[in-house]
Write a protein that binds this ligand. Structure first.
Ligand code: NAD
Ligand code: SER
Length: 315
């Protein structure tokens, strides 16, 4: 029987992953947690919910013990754009939070899923077909915490035998919960603005190519990796996974196939543009495909159709 704790469960990924895990493993067996709560929210109402600040080790341990948790999906983190504004704060949440989760996992023998990111790469990384194992010299606080996190998770596996696993997510696009302050947030905002105003002012240049993925694939990646046969995993943490390499212009053109009047213009934010320019254009995810059968289901066209259908209902 699995008893799962999710940290950061009210965020963009957690709010959807929690519900999928509850349907899969039982509503009472998936404990959602976050540093905050929300009124009238499905994640808070549909199963156990606890306030857990991941920078408080004792609180994580108390909840793991209380619910006999054996698996932790550690999603609490500060994303790239906010991390550049508040680097000390981001270090504390992203590094100390992960360290405390790993220490609790060591004490109670839990498996741990932790997402890394395309942000773990930097300007010296090959930008095209970015290999699984390559140069990682990011120049952002977010990237520094993600590389350190990948190494720390590998260390806990090798040194203590803790079952740590993770992927390097690209930008995640979804229609339920807004993203939490990353560089790829434009790829969500553009769909909301297409529905609401038929126009969008983008903060990245039109030819900025980045890896992206639709939320159902992001959830599938997390669960498939956690359920993968450990004997087949040569890598453990930080598998490259991607579904599409796209630019603001590509998304605008996909939207214009549905709304020909949709208009995009550009007002560049130099900070987020510099971050995006330091990340890969497209990652090679063949190692994830080989070791645990990773395969995305959505491309730009399918995702755009689904995003627009869902946002029309929501907005
Ligand atoms: P998010 O910002 O939407 O959600 C993070 C959640 O963590 C929020 O609900 C926030 O309240 C919570 N939180 C913040 N500080 C906390 C603390 N001290 N203790 C407990 N909870 C705290 O983030 P997300 O997009 O859901 O990302 C989840 C993970 O996936 C992160 O590790 C992120 O780096 C990674 N990731 C996300 C993307 C993406 O595009 N969304 C891409 C690559 C990697
Ligand atoms: N979407 C994330 C960000 O932009 C990538 O890790 O921060």
């Amino acid at each position: 029987m699995k008893n799962i704790l999710i940290t950061g469960a009210l965020g963009q990924i957690g709010s959807e992953l929690t519900m999928v895990l509850r349907k899969r493993y039982g509503y009472d067996n998936v404990i959602a947690s976050d540093i905050r709560s929300k009124f009238d929210d499905e994640v808070v109402e549909s199963g156990p919910f606890e306030i857990v600040d991941c920078t408080e080790k004792n609180k994580i341990g108390e909840i793991v013990k209380k619910y006999n948790v054996d698996t932790i999906y550690h999603l609490a983190a500060i994303l790239s754009a906010v991390a550049e504004e508040k680097p000390q704060f981001a270090w504390n949440v992203n590094i100390n939070g992960l360290y405390y989760v790993l220490e609790v996992a060591r004490e109670y023998n839990c498996s741990v899923f932790t997402p890394s990111s395309i942000g773990a790469f930097g300007p010296a990384t090959p930008a095209y077909d970015t290999p699984q194992d390559t140069i990682q010299r990011p120049q952002t606080m977010y990237g520094v915490t993600k590389v350190a996190g990948e190494l720390l998770c590998d260390y806990y596996y090798k040194r203590f035998g803790i079952d740590t696993r993770g992927v390097r997510y690209p930008g995640i696009i979804s229609h339920q919960t807004l993203p939490g302050g990353g560089t790829t947030d434009y790829a969500v905002e553009i769909y909301y603005e297409a529905i609401k105003n038929k126009k969008y002012t983008c903060y990245l240049k039109e030819e900025t190519y980045l890896d992206m993925m639709y939320m159902p694939d992001a959830i599938k990646a997390a669960i498939d990796l956690m359920e993968a046969n450990p004997g087949k995993l040569k890598h453990r943490n930080a598998f490259n996974v991607t579904a599409m390499s796209i630019s603001p212009k590509d998304i605008a053109e996909a939207i214009q196939k549905i709304y020909p009047e949709f208009f995009i213009n550009y007002k560049i934010d130099p900070i987020r543009q510099a971050i995006a320019d330091s990340w890969p254009n497209n990652m090679d995810d063949s190692i994830a495909r080989e070791e645990w059968g990773w395969k995305p289901g959505y491309d730009l066209k399918l995702m755009t159709k689904d995003m627009i259908e869902n946002l029309l209902k929501k907005l």
